[in-house]
Design a protein. Structure first.
Length: 172
């Protein structure tokens, strides 16, 4: 009996050590961004760059910028856009050929306002990351005007659960 007790204690210790989890480091647990690709209206499978693109958020009246997209970007053919997690829509102005008029200090270029609507859904990413927000039922409204540079919009994936592929195609 005295020989069995140390063996049981060692076995219990080994089981405890082998069942430990890795450190709680969050890898890839961010809320996904909406991926928008720009395509040629004439040849709908060919990516088409957008000259001097600026995106301005209408929800907080600021120019939006992150590491994947710089203000007045030099001809991107796709970009990542964040969606609000505490609302069911996000509004942006997409401005092609954006520049500042030196005399009036006003924005120049062709401005197309878009409203992106969706429903939000929390998803458990991991113990380290917690919950992330996913977006379902994606729809986009282009506010029509006589000189829209955006000619068509197609939703490729109506659910945003990752940022690995294009969700929306904008044709111009």
């Amino acid at each position: 009996m005295k020989k069995i007790l140390p063996i049981l204690l060692i076995a219990a210790l080994l089981v405890q050590i082998s069942s430990c989890e890795k450190d709680d480091i969050c890898v890839g647990g961010d809320t996904p961004l909406l991926v928008i690709g720009f395509f040629d209206i004439e040849d709908t499978i060919t990516a088409k760059r957008v000259p001097s693109l600026r995106i301005r958020s209408l929800d907080n009246d600021s120019v939006w910028e992150n590491e994947t997209f710089s203000d007045r970007a030099n001809s991107p053919d796709s970009l990542f856009v964040p969606l609000r997690i505490n609302a069911t829509n996000t509004s942006y102005e997409f401005i092609i050929d954006s520049a500042d008029d030196e005399e009036t200090e006003m924005e120049t270029g062709d401005i197309d306002p878009l409203t992106i609507s969706y429903t939000t859904r929390e998803a458990f990413a991991s113990r380290a990351c917690g919950f992330v927000m996913n977006y379902d039922g994606l729809s986009i409204t282009l506010h029509e005007s006589e000189n829209n540079w955006i000619q068509d919009i197609r939703i490729v994936q109506p659910t945003v659960e990752n940022s690995n592929s294009i969700h929306v195609k904008i044709f111009h």
